[in-house]
Each structure stands twice: as C-alpha cells, then as structure tokens.
Design a protein around this ligand. Sequence first.
Ligand code: ADP
Length: 315
Amino acid sequence: MILTVTLNPSMDSIYFTDTFYLGEMNRCKNPVKAVGGKGINAGRTAAILGGDVTAIGVLAGMNGEFIRTALKQEPFHTHFLPISGESRNAVTVMDQEKNQTEIVELGPEITAETAKKIIDTVIDFSINQQNDPIIALCGSANTNNEYLYQEYIQQLANQLPRDIKILTDISGKQLTHALKGTVKPFFIKPNIHEFAELLGTTITSKKQVIDHIRHPLFKDIPFILVSCGGDGAVARYKDRLFDVIIPTIDIINPTGSGDATVGGIAFALDQGLSIEETLRYGMACGMSNALEQAVGFVTVESVDMLKNNIILKEL
Ligand code: ADP
C-alpha cells in the first residue's frame, strides 16, 4: 500500500501558446485544467500502474471544494482535511519553443495543529495495514516551520513499529533539514537544480552529479535519484551507482514528470521489485508523463514500452 501526503494541492491550468511575450497579450486555445500537487500526481501515477494508493492532504476554500469534487474521479482513495484559506492555483505556460513558465500561488498556511492532524492520519492509516506501507511525503508546504518534514520523518519512525520506507520529494530548507535529522528518509529525488542548490554549488551535467552524489550529506540515505530531465538520471542505491540513460522522445508537456517518477518508484518499491526494475519504472513514468498534455499522468502502455528502452550503466 502507498500513502502520499500533499500539503499544498493545486488547481493547475496549463496554457499551450504559440507565442509568449512578456508585457503583451498571449492567447491560448486549449487550456488544460487539472488537479495537482506532487503527492496527488505521484499517487495517480502509482494507482494507474495498479498500486493501492491513498492520497492524504489538506484542502481549503472554493478551490479546495473544486479539487475535492475532481478527486472523486481519481483512481486512488483520498483523505483530505478541510482547512481555512484557499487551495492554490498553479499556472504553467508551454510556448511553441517548449519553454515552460510557471506562476504558482503560495497556498493555505499549514499551522502546527493542521500538521499534527495530518501526521496522525498517516500514522492511523499505516498502523491499520497488514503490510508495511510506502509513505511518500511530497511537495512544498506553506509553513513557517522549516523542520516540518524532518519532524514528520522522526514521528513516523517513533510511532510506527515497523521499518517503513519514507520517500520524500521536497526541496529547499525542508529537504536540507530532513537530510540532517536523526532518522533519514529512505529515498530522495532532487532534480539536478535542487541537487545543486542542496550542495550550494553549480551543477549542470550528469558528470558533475556523478562526482557529487557520494557527498557526506547523503551518506545515510539508502536511495537517492537525481533526475536530470531529458538526460535521464543518476542514482545511488546503497553502495551501487547508476547512470540511468533514457532515449530521446518528442515531449508534449514535462510538467509533473518528477512527480510521476516518484509515483513509479513508489509503485515498484511497493511491489518489492529489484533496484534495476525500480529505476526503470521511475524513468519510464517520468517520460510517459512528458508524452502527455495532462500533468502527473501516465499510461500503462507507454510505461511498459519505455521501460524496455532504458539503459542502466552501473558505475
Ligand atoms: P522534475 O519534474 O522534478 O524537475 P525532471 O525534469 O528531472 O524532474 O524529470 C523527471 C524524469 O522525467 C526524468 O528523469 C526523465 O525520466 C523524465 N523526463 C523529464 N523531462 C524529459 C524530457 N524532456 N525528455 C524525456 N524524459 C524526460
């Protein structure tokens, strides 16, 4: 079973435009509207693949109600707590040059009380499972507590009697603190920019990722995947290092590819698959998402097909 946590769901609008000029009127023909948020996208991906997924999170205001209605159509179970404020809007503009410009609202505040209710819910769900769940903590949170995810990981370790796998797809200070906590996440997925930011250095190539992936900051993290967009990824699993090479594809919309990657990884870990197969699922899901207009969406057919075209070069 897979539990995903989304503390900042969104109403996503994706505008495909012929041109995108700053300071001018830019028209768009077919806007795509969808429910988003990293944990929701990852959960959708894992559920499409056949995983048993429950998405947990918060919803606020009119947007929250809209999202709640839309979630009824999703292939996963949901448990979303109503909170005050307004769930955010996130706008992505994809222009003909394939530039991706995003405008993302902050979202409703996650108070200490809300944060506690959410982690209590995750613990309740986990305790009631026969098998150890995979728990994916995904995305930003509008909170003044920079240690929120570090605390979540600690609380899960303290209160769950089993050796559960915690995956995180977070960035910035939350990730930095999560890496420095007493209990570490099982898996992290920074993209190449987040990886560079973590290390406070400039990293623009896979070669540089490979040079830095054994940095002491990640020492006790069993599984790290640095996703590199169209260049695939670099992954370390325990003491094994992989250059994950993907074929070139004609992308339509890569928004949410990282979320889909996390969904694919969560699915494969939940199925108890090998590290090689897990990496293939992660990459194939990121790519499958990039082949769709929809965000955080994959098809089983394309994942199955793409999975066979991924080269794992062990370093
Ligand atoms: P994020 O969305 O978190 O920034 P990435 O952009 O690194 O993450 O994408 C995650 C994965 O999705 C990549 O490792 C790759 O498998 C796939 N992907 C993303 N962009 C492309 C692309 N342009 N071409 C092919 N695959 C892509």
